[in-house]
Design a protein. Structure first.
Length: 329
């Protein structure tokens, strides 16, 4: 690979033999000679490794490595270490990219850019026709950036709809935190945001996020609630010159995550009352002066939550859990 490589695309995969071919083909069919594709095997036990090896032998710009550690964070970190592109982005193995992905990104980062964000589609939701709307590339100020990453559903805190400058990553030794199993994307983006001065947003959907349904298991809520709290604690410990601004948006995002977990309680029926009380306690600590920053969904949930007494909430949860168990027997 030529050292003039512009863009490195990192794809970690684990047991993805049903999706990895579609993902890689969507990339390789439009990947220019100034780019590389790095595939990281995260301890797969299916045919994913063999499939990716086949791609690597067929195409000179595809490289495949095995991750010695375990987890998507360490797999992405390995990809960062192996990447030689001036810019780095990520793709998940069960997702795929749209046409003009590379040309749009490379053209956008040719400006004085430290950080590029772009829109995405979510499957199986219907894709909107981009040809009917004007595509805009605009410079973001800090408040717009925090809003897009922490609150807006247009961008959010994923890494696969963002492009990072390798120079900044290496200068500040930025890596994914392997101790986080939730919001590790958001934590990495936040830490990178502290060092990015020129941030641009491309209002164009270049990526398709394939959303899968997830089943619930007993005790899962406890782990998720713990990891959400741990990830936000980690972000708050990072030094930032925009602390008051970032803390405001982190509070908004943290509120949403707690409501998200409470909604999973209702929909999935986790069998852990202590965790529900813990989520209630987290929400109780959120002050009303953040209300104006919430989006409409969180505002409605916040009002409804404070209208229903805590004991009544626990009673409703207990009844739902009882009827759910009875229906499965």
């Amino acid at each position: 690979m030529d050292k003039s490589c512009t863009l490195s695309v990192i794809v970690p995969f684990h047991n993805a033999d049903s999706t990895i071919e579609k993902c890689v083909y969507s990339i390789i069919k439009q990947m220019p000679s100034c780019s590389e594709l790095i595939l990281i095997d995260d301890h797969s036990s299916d045919n994913s490794w063999k499939i990716c090896q086949t791609f690597s032998k067929r195409y000179a710009r595809i490289f495949v490595y095995q991750n010695e550690e375990i987890g998507v964070s360490s797999a992405r970190n390995l990809g960062i270490s192996m990447a030689i592109g001036k810019w780095i982005t990520f793709v998940d193995a069960d997702d795929y990219i749209y046409q003009n992905y590379f040309s749009s990104i490379i053209k956008s980062v040719s400006n004085n850019c430290d950080f590029l964000l772009f829109s995405y589609d979510e499957w199986p939701k219907n894709r909107q026709d981009q040809k009917l709307r004007e595509v805009k590339l605009r410079l973001l100020h800090k408040e717009e950036l925090y809003n897009l990453v922490f609150q807006s559903k247009t961008v959010q805190g994923y890494v696969w709809n963002k492009v990072f400058k390798k120079k900044i990553i290496e200068e500040y030794q930025l890596r994914f935190n392997p101790k986080l199993s939730m919001n590790e994307d958001l934590a990495f983006c936040f830490e990178y945001m502290l060092h990015a001065k020129s941030v641009w947003f491309l209002d164009k959907r270049l990526y398709c996020y394939v959303k899968h349904g997830t089943g619930a298991t007993s005790g899962q809520l406890t782990n998720e609630a713990t990891m959400v709290k741990k990830s936000f604690t980690y972000m708050r410990q990072l030094q930032t010159i925009c602390y008051s601004l970032s803390d405001r948006y982190m509070t908004v995002a943290y509120t949403y995550m707690n409501f998200f977990l409470l909604k999973k309680v209702i929909n999935k029926g986790y069998d852990n009352l202590d965790s529900v009380k813990g989520l209630q306690s987290n929400i109780d600590k959120i002050r009303w002066n953040y209300f104006g920053d919430f989006n409409i969904e969180v505002k409605c949930l916040f009002i409804l939550y404070h209208l229903i007494p805590r004991r009544a909430q626990l009673g409703i949860y207990t009844l739902l859990k009882h009827f759910r168990k009875k229906s499965h027997n």
